[in-house]
Structure formats: C-alpha cells, structure tokens
Write a protein that binds this ligand. Sequence first.
Ligand code: FES
Length: 99
Amino acid sequence: MIRIRKPEVKVGEKVKVVEGGQEILLIYLGAGRYLAFDNKCPHLKCDLYKYGVLIREELVCQCHFSHFSVKDGRPRKGPAKEPLKVYSVKDDGEYLIIS
Ligand code: FES
C-alpha cells in the first residue's frame, strides 16, 4: 500500500509515482476518480508514463501496441501475454491510497 499526497493534475493527465522502489502510473479521470497501473509494460518493460495512452477502456503501450484492460489488466491485443498489474485508488481527502 502506498499513500501519497494528492497530485495537482488535470483530467486525463498522467503522473509517475515512485515510492519504495515501486513505479506506478496514475491517471486522473476527473471527479475524484483515478486509474493506477504498474509503470512497466509486462511485454518488454517500456515506461508506460512515457508510452502508455488511455483509449476508452484500454491502456495501450505504444512501444509495440499491446492493449490492456483498465479493469483487470488483461492483455486484449498485441504481443503482451502477461497482464498489467492494476491497483485500486482510494481518495482519502488530502491523500490517495494506492493498493
Ligand atoms: S513493451 Fe509494451 S508492448 Fe512491448
């Protein structure tokens, strides 16, 4: 579990959270909702903060165009066979709890 001060982000903006050797990609959806994923693509470890794009219900890694479900991280298209780790994010007022 990671607890971070809520970042100042606009809707659709990405943030890379680095905490205790862990890198997490956080995307703000607006209205207090966030998505959080492991920042390394499970295919060949591209940096999703740099190469990840949210397209509807999928996070797409633009390195080799693997598509992952934002719900469970399962690969839907492209070369990745392993799922992308998805975290839950709880808005706790001033802080976000990522677990
Ligand atoms: S590293 Fe992400 S698709 Fe290859």
